[in-house]
Design a protein around this ligand. Sequence first.
Ligand SMILES: *Cc1c(COP(=O)(O)O)cnc(C)c1O
Length: 379
Amino acid sequence: MLQMVDLKTQYQELKPEIEQELQEVLDSCMFIGGPKVNQFREGLEQYLGVKHVIPCANGTDALQIAMMALGLKPGDEVIVPAFTFIATAEVIGLLGLKPVMCDVNPDTMNVSIKEIEAVLTPNTKAIVPVHLFGQCSDMAPIMELAEKHGLYVIEDNAQAIGADYTGFAGKKVKAGTIGHIGCTSFFPSKNLGCYGDGGAVMTNDDELAAKCRVVANHGQSRQYYHDEIGVNSRLDAFQAVVLNAKLKRLDKYNEARNMAADYYDREFSKIPALKVPGREPNSTHVFHQYTTQIKTDNPSGTREKLKTWLNERGIPMMIYYPVPLHKQKAFAPFWSGGSLPVTEALCESVFSIPMHSELDEDTLAQITDGVTSFFKNLS
Ligand SMILES: *Cc1c(COP(=O)(O)O)cnc(C)c1O
């Protein structure tokens, strides 16, 4: 069976470099923070062109730290797309804020101001655009809307690290550095993944950065003096070693993902029952996932059969995401009914196939032949 993500092959190339540095960490016994973490923080700041990166324990923590640092208060409304991973909205609920789920664009699967404006109220305090599957939401209009209404923008950039946004008169800026604050995850399967858990918050705002450091470190600005309730969230040196090695290669990895996406696009655009992923006009795509929509009368039924067909041929297939946030049991208290038709249709019709930096032509051919033969057989 092929893998959705092939970390083993990727590791072979990193092995000598990583193993030597991991040994250095073992010898130094500096397991939390220390020079490897500092090196990574500085490297990422430079790569992203952002003033501050604050490493933390995972992407969910990054979102929580961001929202705590912004001083959001219980009852404040925070807008999130309903078509995303649970973590985006989970921390909103956890902090006693009110997640307000909105629909997404059917072509790009990201939020745009149209969907945000539909749920905006006088109690809205923040927006969390998710750069879903690897491309930036159209941030320029979102920032303009936020400024007009005095809202904070927190980018959930767990899936689009390395993507360039060009919506500000063509000027290139990196995903995650556009809003007031950006959050990312280094979960192993992400584009920049470590070998455990990791995450980071990023911002150009000095004050906000200082606040994030305090929040992430037990609410202390000076050791054993705690000015507020914080959390404990930090990146360890082993993870920083892996991240240092992969950060150097991130652009190359993202290029390889784009080559695979081009191959998929070319083959799948020949299949009338499929819609290849739409592109944001103002963003490059780093293809955290390659996610296609099925356009038959009964997409979820077709999808079920496709999964069986592919699995029989050693090809995995995943559904990101099968249940919209507003239909999750955990969010029932926050949902007053009604529907978000685009999100609901996407949950019924999307499927994702292997996407990573190690896909070669033979593997791509095997995967696309599997999908193509299924749809030939169907008609
Ligand atoms: C992975 C992910 C997260 C959470 O990251 P963790 O490191 O797993 O906590 C948040 N949002 C999105 C969109 C993600 O894909």
